[in-house]
Design a protein around this ligand. Structure first.
Ligand SMILES: Cc1cc2nc3c(=O)[nH]c(=O)nc-3n(C[C@H](O)[C@H](O)[C@H](O)COP(=O)(O)OP(=O)(O)OC[C@H]3O[C@@H](n4cnc5c(N)ncnc54)[C@H](O)[C@@H]3O)c2cc1C
Length: 322
């Protein structure tokens, strides 16, 4: 039996994908070239869908021209963008873990850069994104004045998403640092809809700025600011974790940040669910280009733009130290 892997696109309108055509489907054993059926997918049969599509992949994501409705430079390194998109795309991007590829229309396709959705409004057809300007692709976005290219929707921005989505009426702790405060907003909104009680720990990080206040000010949650890089901050975090009776912890930051949070959870010796933001380098988002390749402990090479792996396995495999 092959490894049981999860695919974020399985059963969506973008499934079956390119990987089915090349016998590299993450889920379906027949679309991995085997002659028998052996999958753990409980949705509509991917193999059957593939045949219905004429032994071809389903529709591909398209590149749309988005309208820049607002651009605010709130920090030397942070640009907040409000983009006008179709209501359908805005609705598809309301899920926690949603992201798109952005690009300056004047630049070639390899300037596509993955960016998390901070907020989305399907009634007005708006999405909000916070960009940290770090290198060539993000610097190129600075040149966009009225228009920007948007490819999406993509959803694998959070690993452990199923745990997040099935948590209802519980106490949840979210910890986010720096630019990763952005994807926390959608996670918070989803968790609140499911009647969870939320503590949101915000670490301004190297940027020294919490830029999400406007997005969470009307939400019912407890917020705490602290710095995980300081001994006191980490100690405070551990105390909050101990006292809160949390059933899920969501970590948004670098892999080292995730590891710090994971270590604190492990020291608790309690069964706490764990979800993290996906920090893999991504370029095509379709499981093809290879920039997000990762070798699982079972020896399978998977593409992390689509594959849902256990946060613990990924951090272990990447040998992340704090
Ligand atoms: C799912 C996802 C969501 C993201 N959301 C946001 C966001 O909301 N806001 C934001 O500012 N940034 C986000 N990022 C990170 C952003 O994509 C990178 O900072 C960007 O790709 C850097 O490109 P660059 O050419 O400007 O800089 P580079 O000089 O190429 O790299 C600068 C830094 O970004 C990392 N990086 C480089 N290429 C990638 C890549 N293709 N994917 C991921 N990391 C990369 C590098 O390790 C390095 O630390 C996200 C990344 C992913 C995978």
């Amino acid at each position: 039996m092959g490894e049981r892997l999860g695919c974020i696109d399985a059963g969506s309108e973008y499934c079956p994908c390119h990987l089915a055509e090349t016998n590299d489907c993450l889920i379906c054993s027949q679309l991995q070239g085997k002659s028998f059926c052996d999958c753990n997918w409980s949705g509509v049969c991917i193999y059957q869908n593939f045949h219905w599509c004429g032994d071809k992949k389903n529709d591909m994501r398209t590149v749309a021209e988005g309208r820049i409705m607002e651009r605010k430079k709130v920090h030397e390194e942070i640009l907040l963008l409000k983009l006008g998109v179709t209501k359908t795309l805005a609705r598809q991007l309301k899920q926690p873990g949603s992201y798109v590829f952005l690009r300056d229309p004047e630049k070639p396709y390899f300037f596509n850069v993955p960016m998390s959705i901070m907020d989305a409004n399907e009634n007005t057809g708006e999405i909000h994104i916070a960009v940290q300007i770090v290198g060539p692709k993000t610097k190129a976005l600075m040149a966009c004045k009225d228009k920007i290219l948007i490819k999406g929707p993509y959803w694998n921005g959070v690993l452990g998403i199923k745990k997040l989505k099935t948590t209802k009426g519980e106490n949840v702790l979210l910890a986010a640092r720096g630019i990763a405060l952005a994807p926390s907003v959608l996670a918070i909104k989803y968790l609140l809809k499911n009647h969870n009680k939320i503590t949101f720990i915000m670490d301004p990080g190297k940027l020294g700025m919490v830029f999400v206040h406007d997005y969470i000010k009307n939400l019912n949650l407890e917020t705490i600011e602290l710095n995980f890089k300081e001994e006191k901050g980490l100690k405070d975090f551990r105390n909050i974790l101990k006292k809160g009776n949390y059933s899920l912890v969501y970590s948004a930051g670098s892999d080292r940040f995730h590891k710090r949070v994971e270590n604190a959870i492990e020291d608790m010796d309690e069964d706490i669910k764990f979800a993290i933001t996906n920090n893999t380098h991504m370029c095509c988002g379709e499981g093809v280009c290879g920039s997000c390749s990762y070798k699982t402990k079972g020896g399978t090479t998977v593409k992390m733009c689509k594959c849902q792996l256990e946060p613990k396995e990924l951090l272990e495999g990447r040998n992340v130290n704090v």
